[in-house]
Design a protein around this ligand. Structure first.
Ligand code: SAH
Length: 259
């Protein structure tokens, strides 16, 4: 048998180095965001005055790659203490608000949760780490499609996204252990109350554009316990009926299937 030439020998020696170098680069790139994410948890969530204490919520916030849910040009700002634009005049909420609302819901691993206002899909991803199933509805079709494909790409298999008017909830998947609303209606939508399990929790901003309270509701039979927990400012809940193309015959107004 012929001996390998010097060139071939060098090539074979070089191969493993190439193999190892590529993944290392990927890990190094991801690590820079991991550091920013851990700082976000320490400085914005557990710091005095913020006081998020639920260990599972903190773990999820330290794990979900928020930079994957913001437009590419804003990735370097993804772990800052602020909401960011996601297009269509909408925003991804401030990390603290996402953590606060999630903690208020007292998520459990067996829960089935409904979110109204998918936006980027980030809040849904945080919930997906904590509960069994997440159903989420977004009224802007482009955002719903973007969030669904992003969540799929990132490997979230327990999030179901639908484009439509969340005011009406998701009756086919009801009842829910918990409901989180990330846009503000003037009043708590009755269909959402009906789709909440007995003993279920709902966190929802309620009020006008300039004067909203985050309200925590607990359903006990036909009674609702209600506590205002934080003054907030979310985008208003809009209604599909305001969109011109929906003056279609009733038969064409059926709810969209999940994406
Ligand atoms: N939870 C999102 C942020 C939501 S911003 C995130 O993690 O990124 C609020 C979203 O609610 C917007 O995308 C807005 O389009 C949506 N929205 C407003 N009215 C709605 C309605 N009636 N049904 C469903 N979504 C609605």
């Amino acid at each position: 048998m012929r001996k390998p030439t010097l060139l071939k020998t060098l090539w074979l020696m070089a191969l493993p180095v190439v193999d190892i170098a590529a993944p290392r680069l990927a890990v190094a790139a991801d690590d820079s965001f991991a550091h920013a994410r851990q700082r976000m948890v320490a400085e914005q969530l557990t710091a005095p005055g913020r006081d998020i204490t639920n260990a599972q919520v903190l773990t999820a916030m330290g794990k979900v790659p928020r930079h994957e849910f913001v437009p590419e040009g804003l990735r370097s700002l993804a772990y800052q203490d602020r909401p960011l634009p996601i297009g269509h005049d909408q925003t991804i909420s401030q990390p603290y608000i996402v953590a606060f609302m999630t903690e208020q819901l007292e998520p459990r691993p067996t829960d089935c949760v409904l979110e109204i206002g998918t936006g980027s899909g980030y809040q849904a991803a945080v919930l997906a780490d904590l509960v069994a199933q997440v159903y989420t509805i977004e009224i802007i079709k482009d955002l719903a499609e973007g969030a669904a494909s992003n969540l799929r790409r990132l490997g979230y298999t327990n999030v179901h996204v639908r484009a439509g008017d969340g005011y009406k909830g998701w009756p086919e998947a009801a009842p829910f252990d918990a409901i989180i609303v990330t846009c503000a209606p003037e009043k708590v939508p009755q269909p959402l109350v009906e789709q909440l399990k007995n003993g279920g929790r709902m966190i929802i901003p309620v009020g006008s554009t300039w004067n909203q309270e985050l309200v925590l509701l607990r359903k006990h039979g036909d009674k609702l316990d209600r506590h205002a927990v934080l003054p907030v400012r979310f985008v208003p809940m809009t209604r599909q009926s305001q969109e011109p193309e929906l003056s279609k015959p009733k038969s064409e107004q059926a709810d969209q299937p999940s994406l």
